[in-house]
Design a binder for this molecule. Structure first.
Ligand code: SAH
Ligand code: SF4
Ligand code: F3S
Length: 491
């Protein structure tokens, strides 16, 4: 490959101002550039997107992949690609550090491949100190953008390609393209999205968060809450179903406050009822459900629904009412336990999962015992347990009484043991039953074994082949092996 190439810049006239038209225009320009670069390379240009963090980021990455494939890049399963993008998370410090660690290693690949671009996006990029650090110490990065302007990715790549390759000799040092917005109220519909699985898909119903839990950075990096119009959500799901999707996961930081800021407000429960009517859609999941806004209307809809899965993720964060208040969660231990009671009465076989933070500033032994008490009382099917991580800019970061690491570690280990004890008991509850299973994948070691999920999200392994993927079948759960079942298809 010649290393002394120069990209031929395409003249741009009459760039549409309205979205998504503008992005389709840039998709065509970017396509031309990828053609030029492929010709220089002598083979198709490749990309790899590495995703950190939550389902929001996973869905955003599918949007990136959709555009990258449209413009002619081919996806590969290695970071030795022509375009590597890290979609970052900053919810805890360790998520953050991982990215810096891996950037050096990417730079090694870039030194060997003059056509390689490195892109960074996601929540970490919404922090000005992070972007400053990258500008200073990681000058080889080609493109940085944030969570609010991901819809204009086609336009951003076009600029990044022009900045990186129009004059390769000048490349070293000044080719970084940066576009970060502080917030937005814009929602752009109808852009290309690629799906990771043909049979299930995440669907954003809202963006951002208004809750400002005192430990959490998400509202600062994802902006204010905004809901999509119900008709746009329904249209997207109908299209997905026509395309083979049988299960959707509705996504929002607090789905229970969906619709409140729309011109014609509608509740999350009402939206679920509309989605339930879509023919061909078999399963509906959602996350995350904030306990403070979980309504009786929603519990009623869950009780009567044929499609809503029997799983509720209900983050507890702490079992101590005192700590919950300082966390700004707007519920207390009693209200949380009452909710659990109500849900279990309405949907007796529902699986309950949660998130818990250990070592929030000022957490005493007594506070921690309250958390242990809730864990014992609720008996979660599983729980994500986190050590409190100080996030600069959040109220909790400047609170006194940050808990020493060794104390937190002891509490964390105790909590984990308690969680595992109840989860193991829960896990075997359905042994012997015949249940519906959505088959999701073939076992990597054995092509005659497939893996699927029950409505309550438990994993089942059974004999079967790839043709079952995406189908919902009846399975007898013959044995429970700790955290998964072994089953047999019942025909
Ligand atoms: N919107 C969701 C949570 C999104 S963040 C909700 O309200 O439940 C996912 C989880 O990360 C949170 O539930 C919380 O348990 C954890 N988390 C958030 N900030 C954290 C921090 N500073 N330290 C440790 N864990 C944190
Ligand atoms: Fe963070 Fe709280 Fe918003 Fe969840 S609800 S994203 S924990 S601020
Ligand atoms: Fe992380 Fe952003 Fe999700 S900070 S947890 S990827 S919303």
């Amino acid at each position: 490959m010649e290393t002394n190439f120069k990209l031929k810049i395409i003249d741009k006239t009459q760039i549409p101002e309205t979205e998504p038209k503008r992005q389709y225009y840039f998709i065509e320009i970017a396509k031309e550039y990828i053609k030029q670069l492929s010709a220089i390379k002598g083979s198709p240009m490749t990309f790899h997107v590495s995703t950190f963090g939550c389902q929001m980021n996973a869905r955003d990455s599918e949007k990136l992949v959709g555009i990258l494939e449209q413009i002619g890049y081919e996806e590969v399963d290695t970071e030795e690609a022509d375009f590597v993008i890290y979609n970052t998370c900053t919810v805890r410090e360790n998520a953050n550090n991982k990215v810096y660690g891996r950037l050096g290693y990417l730079n090694g690949f870039q030194k060997k491949n003059p056509l390689m671009m490195i892109g960074l996006c996601g929540c970490m990029m919404q922090e000005p100190t992070v972007v400053e650090k990258i500008k200073q110490s990681y000058r080889f990065v080609n493109l940085i953008f944030g969570t609010h302007n991901i819809y204009k990715f086609a336009e951003l790549i076009t600029t990044a390609i022009e900045n990186s390759f129009s004059d390769l000799a000048k490349k070293k040092g000044s080719s970084m393209t940066i576009d970060i917005w502080e917030d937005t109220d814009k929602i752009v519909e109808d852009l290309p999205i690629e799906r990771k699985y043909f049979f299930k898909s995440g669907v954003n119903i809202m963006f951002g968060c208004n809750n400002f839990c005192s430990y959490c950075i998400v509202p600062y990096v994802r902006g204010r809450e905004r809901s999509r119009e119900p008709k746009d959500i329904i249209r997207e799901i109908e299209k997905l179903v026509a395309d083979g999707v049988v299960e959707v996961m509705l996504l929002g930081q607090n789905v229970n406050s969906y619709g409140k800021n729309l011109d014609n407000p509608i509740s999350f429960a009402a939206l679920l009822q509309e989605i339930e009517k879509i023919d061909g859609l078999e399963r509906i999941r959602f996350m995350t459900s904030h306990p403070k806004d979980l309504s009786d209307e929603l519990i009623e809809v869950m009780k009567n629904s044929k499609k809503i899965c029997k799983h509720l993720h209900l983050p507890l964060q702490s079992g101590s009412s005192r700590i919950l208040k300082i966390m700004n969660r707007h519920y207390d231990k009693e209200r949380y336990l009452e909710l659990v009671e109500k849900i279990r009465t309405a949907v007796p076989d529902i699986a309950l999962t949660t998130d818990i933070i250990v070592g929030f500033p000022g957490e005493t032994e007594e506070d921690f015992e309250e958390t242990m008490d809730v864990v014992r009382k609720v008996g979660y099917d599983s729980a994500f347990t986190f050590i409190y991580s100080k996030r600069t800019g959040t109220p909790a970061a400047s609170m006194e009484n940050q808990i020493p690491e060794d104390v937190v570690k002891v509490r964390f280990d105790r909590l984990l043991k308690e969680v595992q004890k109840t989860a193991t008991k829960k896990a075997e509850a359905l042994t012997g039953n015949i249940e519906k299973v959505l088959v999701e994948s073939v076992n990597e070691q054995d092509e005659h074994l497939v893996t699927g999920r029950l409505s309550n999200n438990s994993v089942v392994h059974l004999t079967g082949t790839a043709d079952l993927i995406g189908k919902i079948i009846d399975v007898k759960l013959t044995e429970c092996k700790g955290f998964y079942y072994i089953g047999e298809e019942v025909k």
